[in-house]
Design a binder for this molecule. Structure first.
Ligand code: ZN
Length: 483
């Protein structure tokens, strides 16, 4: 009785504090916990974490100005009275867009590469403005997105989230997304702003289709079933993509004319950095190269490398995994580091000091228990750079440990410093706009992509919004990825 009373009192005072207003965009009553000033303060605080989590602002003032101009043109039609909008292109290859309370709207360069026209960009920005105006934006947007991504990558590499604990990477395993109703509301508002600003609203459906194709491609690249994307995908804040495509295509009344601005847009994104940045390390075939930290290493044949924020993973799809990261330590005896700092909880065996390409190193083994079964674990610590240690964990199925011993030892000894010249030769991939010549096929154009993983044709099609089997028309401008 007393507890119930206390709860009721708490609820009443909460309601009094919150007040109840009508949302100017949706006409729905809403409980808003924060004043516009408080929202702005919250957004300003979270803004820094978003920048940090997504590689900072992309260093191209002309591109930033262009995106801001499109965003401001749409925001003039938003109902959020007095919201000062800030539009930022994030230097991240991840395909995403997001908004914080107080008018902070973000789009990644990964999403810009996928979009094909100013109208498609406008559809993304309009949708995010819709979230802001309808006040959907929750806290911790940035962290939850990052955590979700890390989890997806990890799952793909090892097929079990237990590696998180084993390796001590500690990714947060929860996702926070807007509800389906809120996504629909943001879509509807976005389309309204597009129409009012003079853009062709059909671009919304076109971009959503491309996002869906991209999610399927990402799943395939990670060795997962493409159909799984509709249950859990990289665009976790944009679920049920196909349903949204249909709704949006209907809402954007076919026949509504408007600006598309394809040529202008392609001119702006020509030369955009595509994929990972050198400062985050680059995957090049079976090699991982870090031109800024100045090292490289190679994984065995059959292992696919995935570079995440926390670590580099490589898996062979059979439950054997290489995990690699860096740590700070000021000592010089790598055996002391291995036993006394890194793996204090594990009973390491066969600990020995080794030398890897002239660098002090140590290795030891142990056995770990994962949900999917036992694994032999070999740990390797390599001292390289001032106060810096690089660490490998090789997890192998006990029945495969012997067969993989030599290939994985080669991975350890492939770790080598890069000199300035070699580091200077490592460049990021870039988007290049190309006019299709007569006789040029999708396969021929895809062959120019540098990935070398056999998925070039699908990458080309997804990037250019082409259906399977569809050929680009001569004279059409398409996007290529080049080194
Ligand atoms: Zn959304």
């Amino acid at each position: 009785m007393t507890r119930l009373l206390a709860a009721a009192v708490a609820a009443v005072s909460l309601l009094a504090l919150a007040g109840c207003a009508e949302n100017p965009a949706t006409g729905q009553p809403m409980f808003n916990m924060l004043s516009p000033d408080q929202e702005r303060q919250l957004g300003a605080r979270e803004h820094e974490s978003v920048l940090e989590a997504f590689g900072g602002a992309y260093a191209d003032p002309a591109l930033q100005d262009y995106v801001d101009a499109v965003g401001q043109r749409l925001a003039r039609h938003g109902e959020g009275e007095g919201i000062a909008y800030t539009f930022t292109v994030l230097d991240s290859p991840v395909v995403n867009a997001m908004a914080l309370p107080g008018g902070y709207v973000y789009v990644t360069r990964g999403l810009l590469a996928l979009a094909d026209s100013e109208a498609e960009l406008a559809s993304v920005l309009g949708h995010e403005i819709g979230h802001v105006v309808a006040r959907h934006a929750g806290q911790r947007v940035s962290q939850s997105l990052v955590a979700g991504l890390g989890l997806a990558i990890l799952g793909a590499a090892v097929d079990t989230p237990e590696l998180v604990d084993v390796a001590g990477f500690g990714a947060q395993a929860y996702l926070q997304s807007y509800s389906r109703g809120q996504e629909h509301e943001a879509d509807d508002l976005g389309i309204r702003y597009m129409v009012q600003a003079g853009y062709d609203p059909q671009a919304s459906a076109a971009l959503l289709r491309k996002l869906h194709a991209q999610a399927r491609l990402e799943a395939r690249l990670a060795g997962r079933d493409p159909d799984s994307v509709d249950a859990f995908n990289i665009m976790a804040t944009h679920p049920r993509a196909l349903e949204r495509v249909q709704r949006v295509a209907q809402a954007a009344a076919p026949g509504t004319a408007g600006q598309v601005e394809r040529g202008a847009y392609l001119g702006v994104v020509d030369g955009l950095v595509y994929g990972a940045r050198p400062e985050d390390g680059l995957v090049r075939g079976r090699s991982f190269v870090h031109p800024v930290l100045r090292f490289r290493f190679e994984v065995p044949e059959g292992f696919d490398i995935v570079n995440s924020d926390e670590a580099v993973y490589a898996g062979d799809g059979s439950g054997n995994v290489v995990a690699f990261d860096g740590a700070r330590w000021r000592g010089t005896d790598m055996a002391a580091y291995l036993q006394g700092v890194w793996a204090t909880g594990a009973r390491l065996q066969e600990v020995e000091r080794i030398t890897v390409n002239g660098l002090p190193a140590a290795t030891g083994t142990t056995r770990v228990q994962l949900e999917s079964g036992a694994r032999d674990a070999r740990l390797v610590a390599i001292g390289y750079g001032e106060g810096q240690v690089y660490r490998f964990i090789f997890l192998t199925r006990p029945d495969m440990t012997e067969a993989l011993a030599l290939p994985l030892r080669r991975t350890t000894y492939s770790f080598e410093p890069l000199d300035a010249e070699a580091a200077g030769r490592v460049r990021p991939y870039r988007l290049r706009v190309h006019t299709v010549q007569a006789g040029e096929t999708a396969a021929a154009l895809a062959a120019r992509f540098p990935h070398g993983d056999g998925h070039e044709l699908e990458r080309f099609r997804v990037l250019n919004g082409l259906a399977a089997g569809e050929e680009p028309a001569p004279g059409r401008r398409v996007k290529l990825v080049v080194e």
